[in-house]
Write a protein that binds this ligand. Sequence first.
Ligand code: AMP
Length: 192
Amino acid sequence: MNLVLFGPPGAGKGTQSKTLTETRGLPQLSTGDMLRAAIEAGTPLGLAVKATMAKGELVSDETVIKIIAERYDQPDCKNGAVFDGFPRTIPQAEALDAMLAARGKKIDLVLELKVDDAVLLSRVEARIKAGGVLRSDDTPETLAHRLGVYYKNTAPLIDYYRAQGKLKTVDGMAPVESVTVQIADILDAVPA
Ligand code: AMP
């Protein structure tokens, strides 16, 4: 099964993807994690995307499409994957559909985690207060910018996937465990 976890920055996509990896054995394909790993490793890709990511802007479609295709061709994705933070633009979604079609696969479901902006902001503020290890783009200022990018470039995917009949919406403001249950119920209802 190929799933897309969709939603604004800080909605809980990463957390729920990790749970799906544990419960369904589907690898988490997070373009954000892959790009951060490239920055950490100081690769040419990492150097090329570092400033863009720090500003909360999108890296090019071409870049993320290439890294996702390379990752999807690894043997652990043979039964599918959870796409986390990808696609983020209509061209990325079209490229993903084409990439999967070329492999005889498709996106089965898109789970939209719905969370209000005010809740996303209060989550960032809580993380800062808690004083954990923070990402350089995990600040109230960058969140505001990332939300603007989300509404302009990424939110149109809701209609794209709704038109394909694949969109399921989940209340992402519920407690984490309850979000996990909502997702499990949706997946369990999919005919095998
Ligand atoms: P994330 O960890 O998914 O929140 O992504 C962190 C940052 O990585 C984003 O703000 C973008 O700069 C970049 N990024 C991650 N995924 C994508 C994508 N699919 N398209 C463009 N940029 C991305």
